[in-house]
Design a protein around this ligand. Structure first.
Ligand code: CA
Length: 219
């Protein structure tokens, strides 16, 4: 992963840069808090020292959290409880006190980036259109806040349309994605399933038939 290491101490900075690179990460080292604020978007994870020459690291963290969700692991000599609690409250994903044990640091880095990836996936996995909410990973659909029970095929059709929200999807593509090679046999049942799906969603304006082509989900 791309790691932005914000560390003014050359001894620590060089050792960590080398150790991270040796394990396949792509570290970028900067020395000032201001650099963290301009370069965080280049990183998958920020390792943030607190004792920085220009701005206190906790202030850097506070400003960073106003503009970015990038995972931040505070790496500092400040092990007093007050600093740790402040760091976590300001939005640090983890807090490690120096001297750092490398294996532990790497494990903590992995944990927080996996967690960040999972929550990002969870966020993008719910598609909302009007008052219809389609949870792609849980395979659940709510209409006006009420859960609607769909058959496997109905859900798959809806999911294909939801992934291309607002876009016309051809019958061919729907059949390919939902039935695979068997589509020739079920061309007619696409319409049957679509009629049932439309009935269950009870939002006729959301699911448009495009004559001679296919369907579109969207307002
Ligand atoms: Ca320092």
């Amino acid at each position: 992963m791309r790691v932005l290491l914000v560390e003014d101490d050359d001894g620590v900075g060089d050792a960590l840069t080398e150790a991270l690179a040796a394990r396949g990460h792509v570290p970028t080292r900067v020395r000032r808090g201001a650099d963290a604020l301009t370069r965080h978007h280049e990183a998958d994870l920020v390792l943030l020292d607190l004792g920085l020459p220009d701005t206190d690291g906790l202030e850097v963290l506070r400003m960073l959290r106003k503009v970015a969700d990038v995972p931040v692991l505070v790496l500092t000599a400040r092990g007093d409880e007050r600093s740790v609690v402040r760091g976590l409250r300001l939005g640090a994903d983890d807090y490690v006190v120096k001297p750092v044990r490398l294996a532990e640091l790497l494990a903590r880095m992995d944990t927080i980036t996996h967690r960040a990836a999972r929550s990002a996936a969870a966020l993008t996995n719910v598609v909302r259109v009007s008052d219809v909410e389609i949870d792609m990973s849980a395979r659940r659909v709510r209409v006006g806040g009420e859960e609607t029970s769909l058959t496997t095929k109905e859900f798959e059709l809806l999911a294909v349309l939801a992934r291309r929200l607002g876009t016309a999807v051809s019958r061919q593509q729907l059949m390919d994605e939902v039935w695979g090679d068997a589509y020739l046999a079920i061309s007619r049942s696409l319409d049957v399933h679509m009629t049932q799906l439309r009935g269950k969603l009870k939002r006729p304006g959301l699911l448009t038939t495009i004559r001679g082509f296919g369907y579109r989900l969207g307002e």
